[in-house]
Design a protein around this ligand. Sequence first.
Ligand code: WQD
Length: 376
Amino acid sequence: TEETARRSLRVLVTGGAGYIGSHVIYSLQETRRYKVISIDNHHNSTPKALLRVAELARNSLPADASEQDKESAEIDAHRADLTKPDEIRAVFEKYGKGGIWGVVHIAAYKAVGESTEVPLTYYANNVGATVSLLQIMKEFDCSRIVYSSSATVYGVPPVIPIPETTRLQAQSPYGKTKVMSETIIEDLCSAEPKKWRALSLRYFNPAGAHPSGLIGEDPLGRPGNLLPLLAQMAVGRVKDPKLSVFGNDYPTPDGTCVRDYLHVLDLAKGHLLALEALEPNSTVFDSCPTETRYKAYNLGKGKGMSVLQIVEAMRKATGFDYKYEIVGRRKGDVPDLTADPSIAEKELGFTAPQTLETMCRDLWNWQTKNPNGYEG
Ligand code: WQD
């Protein structure tokens, strides 16, 4: 049956040990339809995350689990660097031509500010590596890819909420690497429409963690992102007496930036829907104007929350009495990134129902159980 056929599909997740990657692998394993391979260079992650994901998968197996189910709970984890084609080729060689059905490409450097300081590193790691990966996929007859893109491709959007038809105008080298990679994948699909099927998923702001508290966001060093920083302040790992709020003079309800936060597990499920949409009987490409099998979707809740609203939500979730001071704007920040997720909902069946309260509760549960992250 199609169900059985799908069960044998091997899916390679790049960046599999990262915050998003680990939750995507968890969701893939939850379906027991895929066999998961992970590639990660652990630049911003630890192999321990994958041990936790495999533990979650094993814990969810029924006592009478079949051999195939047990196999779906294992992860073929490879420490490899996408900027080294030989390391990537070695992984594909292990499974042979046609051995890997599809790739979820998440691995990337993603700090907007850092990308303005070391653009070449970002272009090599985010664009160069994507080209290498696609070339090796071609060599091994693997022509299905779900690409991790970002709302940052929109720059300062002319319309809020943002539809996918918005022109792409990234402001930072990081954002430009996302636009370039989307373009590269689209051009490949145009060149070989009978072969390639690809989707780009434009993430808004993922937050929260698996409710078990076993996996979560564990950035190396001081978090750049708001939510993990607030969690680490509340657990005492970051000792700053006050949160610096980067500007309250934006054209937004309370003057601070607005973002569209969605639960990381809702985001992860969006990847399952995307992989299903790459299968033969999918209809998502029917609306394509040409025979090119490529589309991009927004993955967001469609609900914007300001920095101060996030601080308040975390105050409620943690009981921590956050103090903050308004400081200057952060380079690269835009006033509002709120998704219009209606096309993803209509065509992929994507939804992001989990609330901000749930995101903050799950984030806090992870942080209190892992005050020093995985290595702790
Ligand atoms: C959210 C808001 C800050 C920290 C990030 C990544 C980006 C993308 C999405 C991958 C902003 C404010 C933050 C602080 C603050 N990830 N803030 N004080 O900037 O929307 O994007 O996630 O694609 O690459 O950068 O998220 O959490 O950094 O900031 O005031 O100490 O919180 O100015 O308005 P952002 P963020």
